[in-house]
Write a protein that binds this ligand. Structure first.
Ligand SMILES: [Zn+2]
Length: 635
């Protein structure tokens, strides 16, 4: 009895302690409800009642290059693992971003078209009447289909759809990138996420918001005219039937070799039957490429001809000796992509062994150059990247897009609400990679400068503000990429590299293949470090704290007092020059503010006379540098 009492006391106490933690005391109501329902817990572990829904997609799609038309048929089996009876399905029709009259955040000029045209739609064999407002409701990119029979918990349904849309050359994350160059993403009618926080995700796809998907299985047949090669998420099942012996031989070499192998070149396309096995059989022949992928949050593909294909591979897991195939596709006109496979390989290696230090989870990683001057777009196992003039820019973009494999693909975070939970990591992770391979390149300095331009102004939103609520694109960028990347950087600085890594691994292990929200991240880090990190999380993620440290005073006995005027926890670096010509540098990690201090006192050599004190560095943001220098000799 006594023992039971003690256990109850411990459990109750830890619950009280966890809910008293300042981050958990500011919970939104739907998050509180998730704790009450046991789908999530205050310690950051998925709850005993955690669930997520799942679908199997079978898609047959044909790309008609003369008309730039994509025509598809799909059969989707959707499993309701939630405890709720679903009366409707929400289906995303992304191509409607191009539809005449629909809202969008980005201009598309003359790229307006009919959007997604649905030719047929049925649920469990019953066709859906498009003219009946009680059966369907279409608003912009979201289609609600009211189910003839509600879908009970634990049950599944089958949806079949026939559809088509025009692939625009006014590209938004996908489209036609010049003649013979297509990257197809945000494309098929896709069942939206239904989760324990919001129910159906009905955030419109208007341009800025990106990614939030369930983990699904895909079985996709892609038909193309002769001469075109297809790269896609997953495994090319009929590879031996598609490629010539010449290509297969090079491919096999690349899959076991650490060197970069040229699998085929632009030159090879000019030779009949050198690349695709059945090309040239007859004039009406089309090739059908068959891919499968299991437990991935999306499926995308590239269709190209007259390109080079380089490949290599590496072991990503010393225990299992599992190899990952890493490859790059680019035109002869490429500016820097001749080295893309090399940088993609170095990226996968860094991510597997250094940071995050988790073996690369997919069987391949294909980086395709779309020949634009910059930018990039991630999808599972595929990246659709620009090809900047500067080769370091190119390498860091390749790294960035590949690092999305972990966030938001391995960890199924909701980029529509919390873009900083993936873009922040994908902006932070290249900092270490850049320091390793391009020590001269000012990657982190640029983030600091960008932050200083917006930090503390009205335009800056707190990180906990939902991403889709940010209308101004500059505010969105700083929120998703800049403040968040620096927050992760200074969190690591506060914890030290090894503790940070243990906490990151705890968070990743708990939530991979699931849908973590910000509180799962905060609480996992609290628990893994055994520390209460609200002193860091509150000002960086919940408040408008800004970067401004200043020298408050220097005492007669040589104590330098540094005041945190902006309230943002940052490292302290002070350069102190003495009258005898010598100097001293004093540094403190970000954790110097962990007890909620507003000022820190730094003792320098008492036996010398201070001449000048300079606070800060170009790698630590500070929006007001006027209080960073104190010259004593002049007093
Ligand atoms: Zn990104």
């Amino acid at each position: 009895m006594k023992r039971l009492f003690v256990i109850i006391l411990v459990v109750t106490n830890s619950f009280i302690l966890l809910s008293q933690n300042p981050v958990n005391s500011m919970l939104p109501v739907e998050v509180k409800k998730a704790y009450q329902n046991g789908t999530r817990t205050l310690s950051g572990v998925p709850g005993p009642n955690y669930w997520q829904n799942h679908a199997r997609y079978q898609i047959n799609v044909e790309l008609k290059v003369e008309e730039d038309l994509l025509i598809g048929e799909e059969k989707v089996t959707y499993f309701n693992n939630s405890p709720d009876t679903l009366k409707r399905l929400v289906i995303r029709l992304y191509p409607n971003i191009y539809k005449k009259g629909n809202p969008r955040q980005w201009p598309i000029g003359d790229g307006i078209n009919d959007g997604m045209v649905i030719n047929s739609l049925s649920i469990n064999g019953d066709s859906i009447d498009w003219n009946n407002r009680e059966a369907v409701y279409l608003f912009s990119t979201n289609l609600s289909v009211f189910l003839p029979e509600p879908l009970a918990p634990g049950d599944s349904l089958e949806m079949e759809a026939g559809w088509q849309f025009e692939v625009s050359d006014r590209t938004i994350r996908m489209g036609k990138y010049g003649s013979n160059a297509y990257f197809i993403a945000y494309w098929y009618p896709q069942i939206a996420v239904y989760d324990d926080i919001d129910g159906w995700d009905e955030i419109e796809y208007l341009g800025a918001v990106e990614f939030y998907n369930d983990f699904n299985d895909y079985d996709v047949h892609i038909s193309t005219p002769p001469g075109y090669v297809v790269w896609a998420t997953g495994e090319l099942v009929n590879e031996r039937d598609m490629f010539s012996d010449y290509v297969l031989k090079n491919l096999m070499t690349a899959r076991v070799s650490s060197k970069i192998t040229r699998i085929f070149s632009v030159e090879d396309f000019k030779k009949t039957r050198k690349i695709i096995r059945h090309d040239g059989i007859n004039a009406f022949h089309t090739n059908t490429w068959y891919f499968t992928a299991v437990h991935v949050p999306d499926f995308t593909f590239a269709v190209r001809r007259d390109v080079n294909w380089d490949g290599s591979s590496l072991v990503v897991d010393e225990t299992t000796q599992r190899r990952v195939f890493v490859d790059a596709v680019y035109a002869d006109s490429a500016r820097t992509y001749q080295n893309a496979a090399r940088w993609a390989r170095a990226s996968v290696e860094y991510m597997s062994f250094e940071l995050p230090g988790v073996p690369f989870p997919y069987e391949h990683m294909t980086t395709v150059s779309n020949d634009r001057m910059g930018g990039g777009m991630e999808s599972p196992m595929m990246a659709n990247n620009g090809d900047p003039k500067d080769s370091t820019d190119a390498a860091l973009t390749i790294f960035h897009e590949i690092s999305h494999t972990y966030f938001p693909f391995f960890m199924g975070t909701n980029e529509r609400k919390y873009a900083w939970m993936d873009e922040g990591w994908a902006a932070f992770l290249p900092m270490g990679f850049g320091e390793k391979y391009f020590p001269e390149y000012p990657y982190r300095k640029r983030f600091v400068e960008r932050f200083e331009g917006t930090n503390g102004t009205e335009r800056e939103a707190t990180l906990i503000t939902l991403s889709y609520n940010l209308g101004d694109y500059d505010s969105y960028r700083v929120h998703a990429y800049v403040r968040s990347a620096l927050a992760y950087y200074f969190l690591r600085n506060a914890l030290g590299d090894s503790v940070f890594k243990v906490a990151l691994h705890t968070y990743m292990k708990r939530w991979y293949g699931k849908h973590p929200i910000p509180y799962d991240f905060f609480n996992s880090f609290n628990e893994a470090t055994g520390m209460e990190l609200s002193w860091f999380f509150k000002p960086w993620f919940f408040e408008r704290a800004y970067a401004d440290l200043g020298i408050k005073k220097v005492t007669n006995n040589n104590i330098i007092v540094v005041q945190n005027y902006g309230g943002l926890p940052l490292p302290v670096v002070v350069f102190c020059e003495f009258t005898d010509g010598t100097s001293e540098i004093i540094s403190r990690r970000t954790s110097v503010w962990s007890a909620g201090e507003q000022a820190v006192a730094l003792q320098v050599d008492k036996d010398k006379m201070i001449k000048k004190v300079v606070l800060g560095s170009e790698l630590i943001p500070d929006i007001d540098e006027t209080n960073n220098i104190l010259e004593i000799g002049n007093n």
